[in-house]
Write a protein that binds this ligand. Structure first.
Ligand SMILES: [Zn+2]
Length: 343
């Protein structure tokens, strides 16, 4: 199965760091290496290399959505050493356990709330890699596996620390298998938004909070100490997640007045993110998630924002009719899309 490599930290942030680090007295090397490695990963997508299998670890059962966690030993390679299989006891490394837990939380959320069997709905084995590269300031899904960097501990910390990293990235996989939204302009922005949307839903499920208590921030747990309080995106107030000399200023659009035609999906995704936030605040996160998941199942590769609004209201109506969400869900959805200027 092919698909785009989806990086957690968008290129505009990594580029800003690489350009400005030296004058801020920060080692520019990790960001530069990250930019180069990201480029390389984009060009040479690969399946997991043959692993050094340890007999004591549990092999994955095909079609059961089992997890396999690899320690890449700071090589720029994936699938280096299998350290934990499904049901195996926790290991010494916190990030390997966090990756295992994050993959599990995401898989379980999709199963419990949507009845979906792993990413492909056919029990795809979930591969996770930790300790990829050296001070690698990113995480990505390459169409077959999840890869987490350690961060440089100056700007970003280990990317296993925030469950929304894993949930965001795995959702790119779900989108590949469902709507197949192409990664450009409006469908690209929706592809990004669905990853933030279900990423935040998993995050809320793990922390046992609903829409009203959630911070609606993406990536706030992977910011290193000196950037504490910043985040990569804000779903409630897109464009306000960060503003500092290291990362630059959050360029996200919050509504259609900020829409950039043909712009980076990570910029325009703010519009759709906020429409979900407005829906969730009214209906609660799980009912909103059900509506938006059915929307994802009914969209198509080059769908536009207006199509999303229409399909979403239709799915809300069907779920309301079946008593799965509140009676006013279609109106709430329409109002949310109108508030962000999609009408
Ligand atoms: Zn993404």
């Amino acid at each position: 199965m092919a698909g785009p490599v989806c990086f957690y930290v968008p290129a505009h942030i990594i580029d800003h760091i690489a350009k400005n680090a030296r004058q801020l007295g920060i080692d520019p090397e990790p960001a530069q290496r990250t930019a180069i490695a990201s480029q390389a990963a984009r060009q040479t997508r690969r399946a997991a290399a043959p692993a050094n299998l340890t007999a004591a670890l549990t092999p994955p059962r095909p079609g059961k959505g089992d997890r396999q966690i690899f320690d890449d030993g700071h090589q720029w390679n994936t699938g280096v050493t299998l350290v934990r299989g499904e049901g195996d006891a926790a290991v010494g490394q916190a990030n390997a356990n966090a990756a295992y837990d994050g993959l599990g939380a995401t898989r379980d959320f999709y199963r419990d709330v949507f009845g979906r069997d792993s990413i492909d709905n056919a029990g795809l084995t979930l591969l996770g890699n930790v300790n990829f590269g050296v001070q690698y300031d990113n995480a990505f899904w390459d169409g077959t596996q999840m890869v987490f960097g350690n961060g440089d501990e100056v700007i970003f910390t280990d990317f296993t620390k925030d469950v929304d990293v894993c949930a965001h990235e795995l959702t790119h996989g779900v989108t590949q298998y469902t709507a197949g939204l192409i990664y450009t302009d409006q469908p690209g922005a929706m592809n990004e938004a669905f990853s933030d949307i279900f990423g935040s839903c998993v995050d809320q499920a793990v922390h046992k909070v609903d829409a009203g208590e959630h911070n609606w921030l993406i990536g706030e747990e992977v910011m290193a100490e000196q950037l504490y309080g910043e985040a990569i995106r804000s779903m409630s107030h897109p464009g306000t997640a960060y503003d500092n000399p290291i990362l630059g200023k959050d360029p996200q659009a919050a509504d259609m007045s900020g829409y950039v035609p043909g712009g980076d999906p990570h910029v325009n995704s703010g519009i759709i993110n906020r429409a979900f936030y407005l829906t969730a605040i009214e209906l609660g996160t799980v009912p909103a998630a059900r509506i938006w998941f059915n929307t994802l199942l009914n969209l198509w590769p080059n769908a536009q924002f207006i199509d999303c609004a229409y399909v979403c209201a239709e799915q809300a109506r069907i779920l309301a009719r079946d008593g799965k969400v509140g009676r006013n869900a279609p109106q709430t959805v329409r109002s949310a899309f109108r508030e962000v200027g999609i009408k």
